[in-house]
Every structure is written in structure tokens, then in C-alpha cells.
Design a binder for this molecule. Sequence first.
Ligand code: ADP
Ligand code: ASP
Ligand code: MG
Length: 440
Amino acid sequence: MKVMKFGGTSVGKPERMQQVAELISKDQESKIVVLSALSGTTNSLVSIGELIAAGERDKAKLQIEKLEAHYHQFIIKLLQQPGFITKAKEIVTAHFEFLTIILRISFSESLSKDLLAQGELLSTKLFSVYLEEKGINHQLISALDFMSIDENEEPELAAIEIKLKKLIQQHSDKKIFITQGFICKNAKGEVDNLKRGGSDYTASLIAAAIHASVCEIWTDIDGIHNNDPRVVKKTVPIENMSFDEAAELAYFGAKILHPASIWPAQLHNIPVKLLNTMFPEAKGTTITQIAGSVGVKAIAAKDNITVIRIKSSRMLLAYGFLRKIFEVFEKYKTSIDMITTSEVAVSLTIDNQTYLKEILKELTTFGNIDFEENQTIISVVGNEISKTDEIIKKLFNAIANIPVRMVSYGGSPHNITLLVAAADKKLVLQQLNLGLFGLE
Ligand code: ADP
Ligand code: ASP
Ligand code: MG
């Protein structure tokens, strides 16, 4: 059994959704198909939630109406037979009635999660109607019946496995299962999600739960490229990559994969394939245990980083000092990405600023604190990169004109990480593209 996940752009237009139906019925292997919301929907739902939270209900209402109109146009192009069009219209109307009810009641965090879940619920239901119209035998299963996270927001893989296997057994005559990416239930039993871009994570968790033969992530580009194609003009796809390399890239900002989407597949050694829905013949990227080659493979950038420096000539030499600092971050459930130390100071970076104020306040007991927002982590990734000839020289030569705030080398054999000002990100990515890959 395999997993096939289709992202927002892969289902964002009626003709794309129709193409997805073709792709999933090409072979005879049983499969679980994971769908994202239609592209733009989750962003729109986020903004509707923000408007409601800000008390701007009229504006929220307008946006809900605009989104609903988009869905009505979508189904008219997706479907042909009046009976199925009516069925799809009823689905859309029911979900948008729910959105309108949200407008009227007092808004809460859990309600905002319900709101965000509508995108994936809609896309999977509409896809199911389309498959029905085409006579493609399948079973729609709700991710809310098996995908769960604990009180620390970590997926409960063992429970997911048990529940999902049971659901599959209940429909043992079916070969195609359709489910939602992104959404789940939390420890309180409420609707929750796996954070933005989370459908990749859903796919990998399902792959691990069913010990899939492969986890295919279908998107709008022909695999992982050597650099961010949104920032750099010339990039090239990478054919093979190891789990470790892909995990570093995903964690350090390559938007093509959710940051946590590699470990579940890696746990059971399940190959992950990145494929292009718009160009299915392209090789894409295959991620396995094997790296394929040694040396620099790709660069990624992670934005919205804050660097905090704790300066304390008195305390740094004392054992237990770093533990006390880390405890502050643990208390506020804020993970540290980069860290560098000197005899008198520690610099570290975070990407979650929710508790920045509280963290800074508590850290003042340990020394002088300064911090700077709007930083970017640049990660250069490649198998055994730290053993690659002259890598450091090439890297720093390529960006000699740009101030580097922090460097992390040796933490992982597959990664060299730099911290630069966000304003320099574009230049750094471009100059590294030339200096490390010879690409403009
Ligand atoms: P989906 O909706 O299918 O989940 P995403 O938009 O989340 O797709 O991810 C695909 C996008 O990731 C690409 O269109 C590309 O712009 C961006 N991206 C960023 N870094 C990379 C990279 N290194 N390789 C390929 N794509 C990347
Ligand atoms: N629809 C969700 C998002 O836009 C999840 C996903 O697409 O992976 O973040
Ligand atoms: Mg994505």
C-alpha cells in the first residue's frame, strides 16, 4: 500500500483535480490519498479568523462570501452531471453555513482551528464526489477519526496506526482511500492541525502507520531543488537525497516539505518521493537512506528568526549555566535553532516569538541581554559536507561582502548554518548559488 499526497496547487483548479483522479487510478496498488485544501483556501481562512478575532465581522463576512463563490464556480467546472453538481453544492453550502455560524458566536482558539479545518474537509469531499461521478471506487475516511496529537502537540503514532488499520480493515474491499492532510484531533478531543504546510506531515505519518511501500508528495515543482526557486533564478532538481539531508532542508526552510515531514517515513525506512502533478513524467526527488553523493547539495533559508545574546563574564564558566538558560526556553516551549558560545557570551536563535518578552525578562537574571529580530538562517546542506574539500573557503569567499552574524559548523556532518540579516537573504542565496553550484 502506498501514500500519495497532493498539495494545494495540485487540487487548486478543477482540471488539476481531474488530473489527480487520473494519477491515483493509474496503477493497481492500494493507496491512501491525502489532499490539502485548494490553494489559497487556508490563507483565506486564516485571514477570516483574524478578522473575526479583531471584531471586523463585516469584512469577514465579505471574505466568506467571496470564498463560497469560488467554490461554486469550482464545482461547476469540476463536475458534469446535474445530480453530482447538486450533491457538491450541498456540501459547499453546509460548510459555508458553518462559517457563517462562526461569525455569530464568540470566537475562541479552538473555533479558529475548526475554521481552518474547513479547507481540507471541503477539498476531500468534493474530490470524492468527482470520483463517484467518474465511477472510481474509493472510500473517504476522516483524518479526524485517526490522526491525533498529544498535549505536547506531538503525533501519537502508535494510536494513529491502530485506528487507521482498523478503518482500512472495515473497508477491505476498497483499494483507494481518500483523507485530509493537515487536520487532526488534539489531546482535548478538539479539532486541531499539524501547522501550516502540515499535509506533508500527515502523509509521512500515514506512511509510517501503514508501513507504506512509498510516500509520494505530489506538488507544483519537479522535486527538491538546489536552492529556493522563489528567490533564485536558476535552480536544478536533485534526483537523490538522504533522509538526513532532506530533514535538514525541510527544517531549515525549504518550503516544499513541512519541517517535521521526514522522521515518520525515515523511522520505517519508507522512500519519500517528491513529484510534479503538472509534469508527472519528471524524475523528481527520491529520498532514501542513501545520500547518493558526497558534498554540497542544496541551500535553504528560514525567515523570521530572532537572535538573543546573553553576556555574562561572571557566570558563563560555571557549570550548569547553559542548563539554566535552556530551562527558560523549555518553560516557554520555544525551541532553539542555532547556538554559539564564547567564554563570555551565548548567542542563540528562535523562530517562535510568542513568548519572546517573557523569555527575555527571565534571561536578564543571567546577564546582559540583547536581541535582534528580522534575521534569516541560511543552511547549506549535503552529505558529509563538513568533510568536503575547501567548502568553508568557497562558502565564505562567495559571500565575502555580507556580514555573517553566527556560524554553526560541525553540529551535523550534513549541514553548515549561517545567520544573516533578513535584508541580505536574497543576495546570500544568489551568491551561494554562483559560488557553490556555478548557477546564476
Ligand atoms: P504544496 O501546496 O504542494 O504543498 P508548497 O507550496 O508547500 O506546495 O511547496 C512547493 C513550493 O516550494 C514550490 O513551488 C517552491 O516555490 C517552493 N520551494 C522552496 N524551496 C524549494 C526547494 N529547495 N525546492 C523546490 N521547491 C522549493
Ligand atoms: N492547507 C494547509 C496549509 O495551507 C496544509 C497544507 O497545505 O499542507 O497550510
Ligand atoms: Mg506544502
